[in-house]
Design a protein around this ligand. Structure first.
Ligand SMILES: [Zn+2]
Length: 457
């Protein structure tokens, strides 16, 4: 509306100016270099107007042409960069998806388009690794060390390569270099803990965990549990070497860091007995039994209470078992003590209670013994033994990663080498030989041992 008004005013002004010029006629004469021109004022003003418009038009055209090469170049560069970032993104997606060909293609494209090695080198290294070309990946990782922004990632890549090759010494050196660059990296401390522990450098592994905790890189509970595991291993090593006081000190530290780590409590109570601290052994086992009963505590407890005769042991055990009376482990341990003291009825009662909770290889085996002691039939004894063979054996330390059974707890799995992977659980099904009473007394083996493994739940 306003524009129309302006337009009307403009037309009005032009008409008014034209009329004014027509009412006041005159001439404009030009006499220049022998050229004589005579124009009416109206025509001269019109020509002046046309000339001004032409000059403005030509000027803006020239200005546009002058500026356009720059903006064209800028547009070209922006386009190239955005295609580079797209290739980088697609390359990362291909690495995550495990597509080696696509990763290689996109990494090359990103490298050409972006021309920024810090951005593209990691992708190129990862693409090379996906293609199985570890040498090429290594070259990229080494190149990454030259740039401040990529040096840490380069060290990380080289450390992982060294671990893969099994060169733990080299991996450790690299991990310590990475720590200097980024002391706040959780990954660095995880690697230092694993590598040092792997090399049997337990104090160093512990230091790595403590530093990670002080830097708040690990949740407190996780860090304390891991420290307890390393301390327990140190206690075991020192116990083996005969340095019992030192071993006991480390076991105590392990228990205080993680009171639920049964392996730590076992070694601690064993060391209390070995160093003649019997009362401490008794109270520590009673405390542990309340939290989580374990059958390996029973012989240590009996030794600490200095009881040997079966009835004495049963009576001593009563105090311990009363601390956690309904746990199946308690019931089976109590049944075992009762059976040894010829209290068959009590033993059977406890075993039935335990089996009502969950099937147990040991409970069935003890029931077969009770049956045998009470003069039961061969069929009844065999039935219990068959049941025993059909359920997982629980009195065993097993690797939760590879299912390898171990007789005793240790920090590292013998088979897969994982740390803190041994758990005391009924996760392996081991069919034991079934012993059958023959008619005239002596035992004969009728079923050969056959070992089968089930994967841990
Ligand atoms: Zn394992």
């Amino acid at each position: 509306m306003l524009r129309i008004l302006w337009f009307i005013i403009l037309i009005g002004l032009i008409v008014f100016a034209s009329l004014w010029v027509a009412q006041h006629p005159g001439t404009v004469e030009i006499n220049w270099f022998g050229l004589e021109v005579s124009l009416s004022t109206g025509i001269a003003l019109l020509l002046l107007l046309v000339f001004t418009i032409v000059v403005i038009f030509v000027f803006s055209l020239l200005r546009g042409l002058w500026r356009s090469p720059g903006s064209l170049m800028k547009a070209y560069r922006n386009n190239k960069r955005s295609r580079g970032y797209k290739a980088l993104t697609l390359g990362m997606v291909a690495v995550a998806a495990g597509d080696p060909e696509e990763a290689k293609k996109q990494s090359k494209k990103a490298d050409v388009l972006l021309n920024e090695p810090p951005l593209t080198m990691l992708l190129q290294a990862q693409a090379a690794q996906l293609n199985g070309d570890e040498d090429a990946a290594r070259k990229y990782f080494i190149l990454m060390l030259e740039n401040k922004e990529t040096a840490f990632l380069g060290l990380r890549g080289l450390t992982n390569q060294a671990i893969k090759k099994g060169d733990h010494e080299e991996a450790l050196k690299l991990a310590y270099k990475a720590k200097k660059l980024r002391p706040e990296s959780k990954w660095v401390f995880e690697q230092l803990h694993l590598l040092e522990a792997n090399e049997g450098h337990y104090s160093e592994a512990l230091e790595a965990l403590q530093e990670a905790q002080s830097r708040k890189l690990l949740p407190k509970a996780e860090s304390k549990h891991k420290q307890a595991v390393v301390l327990t291993q140190i206690a075991l090593e020192k116990e083996k070497a005969g340095d019992l006081e030192f071993a006991l000190n480390r076991a105590g530290k392990a228990v205080s860091r993680d009171p639920d780590l049964v392996a730590a409590q076992l070694v601690q109570s064993r060391l209390f007995v070995a160093t003649n601290r019997h009362r401490k052994a008794v109270s520590s086992i009673e405390k542990a039994w309340k939290r989580r009963p374990h059958p390996d505590f029973v012989p240590i407890y009996m030794e600490a209470r200095k009881v040997e005769a079966p009835m004495e042991r049963y009576k001593a055990g009563e105090k311990l078992f009363a601390l956690n009376p309904d746990d199946p482990v308690t019931l089976v341990a109590k049944a075992e003590a009762a059976l040894a003291a010829d209290l068959w009825g009590e033993a059977r009662f406890c075993l039935d209670e335990a089996l009502a909770n969950k099937p147990s290889e040991k409970a069935y085996r003890l029931l077969a013994d009770v049956e045998k002691a009470e003069g039961g039939s061969v069929e009844a004894i065999t039935a219990y033994l068959e049941k025993a063979a059909s359920v997982p054996q629980e009195s065993i330390w097993i690797c939760k990663t590879c299912s390898e059974p171990h007789e005793d707890w240790q920090m590292q799995c013998n088979s897969c080498g994982n740390l803190d992977s041994l758990k005391w659980r009924a996760e392996v099904l081991v069919q034991q030989p079934i012993k059958l009473l023959s008619a005239d007394g002596p035992e004969v083996i009728v079923v050969e041992a056959e070992t089968a493994k089930t994967s841990p739940s």
